[in-house]
Every structure is written in structure tokens, then in C-alpha cells.
Design a binder for this molecule. Structure first.
Ligand code: SF4
Length: 115
């Protein structure tokens, strides 16, 4: 989708299936015990609920794009990271930060195609 520099990782077929409900959890990690978010994640609702967020740079994002992570409340930068669009690392962040925290994606079963 994005036209940015070439990806850090090979094209990756996600282990998940289903529709992203834009809960935003996978772009809102916990840093030092506090909820943070990618600087590009716009929250219009409670992160972890359906349609709560959108990515300000969704069409232009790419795997490996540098991002700053900001405290959800103060807005202060608390870390630097990389956007991991469509990568193994994105699947890992969904598993850690998304599933069970609002994400509606399901892990594909054996032989199940992605929807
Ligand atoms: S730039 Fe990447 S990490 Fe940041 S909100 Fe968009 S999809 Fe999430």
C-alpha cells in the first residue's frame, strides 16, 4: 500500500484472519507501566474498543518506518519504534498488544485462507 522505502522483511502472509476493527491496541503499547501510542494513532474513542482509532498515515506507512511513541495522557515522547506494517513483527505486536485487548482478528486455523 505505501510507497515508502522497501520493507525490512519479505512479503508476509499474516497468521490472522478477519476484519481489523480499528481498536488501536496493537499501536498502543504499554511503556514503563503506562499506556502509550504511536504518534500517528488518532484516538477518537477508548483504545481497545471498536472503531476507536485511525492511523493518520495509514496509506503511506511502511514496514520499518520510524515512529515516536508518546504517553497517552501527557503526549510526551517515551520511546522510539518502527511501524511494522504487514510483517512478522506486526503479527507479534497484534498477538501481544491486540488480541484480548479489543482486537477482533482471529488466528487462522490449519489450511484456513485469510479473509
Ligand atoms: S504509523 Fe504504524 S504504528 Fe503508527 S499508528 Fe499507523 S499503523 Fe500504527
Amino acid at each position: 500500500m505505501g510507497d515508502g522505502p522497501s520493507a525490512l522483511t519479505e512479503a508476509h502472509e499474516s497468521v490472522f484472519t478477519g476484519l481489523c476493527n480499528r481498536c488501536g491496541s496493537c499501536c498502543a503499547p504499554t511503556v514503563a507501566g503506562r499506556v502509550a501510542r504511536c504518534e500517528h494513532l488518532v484516538a477518537t474513542g477508548l483504545i481497545g474498543t471498536t472503531e476507536a482509532t485511525r492511523c493518520r498515515v495509514y496509506a503511506a506507512r511502511y514496514d520499518g518506518m520510524p515512529v515516536r511513541v508518546v504517553d497517552l495522557v501527557t503526549g510526551f515522547i517515551v520511546a522510539t519504534s518502527l511501524c511494522r506494517k504487514d510483517s512478522v513483527a506486526e503479527d507479534a505486536s497484534i498477538a501481544v498488544w491486540g488480541q484480548g485487548r479489543g482486537c477482533t482478528l482471529r488466528t487462522r486455523g490449519p489450511g484456513e485462507v485469510r479473509s
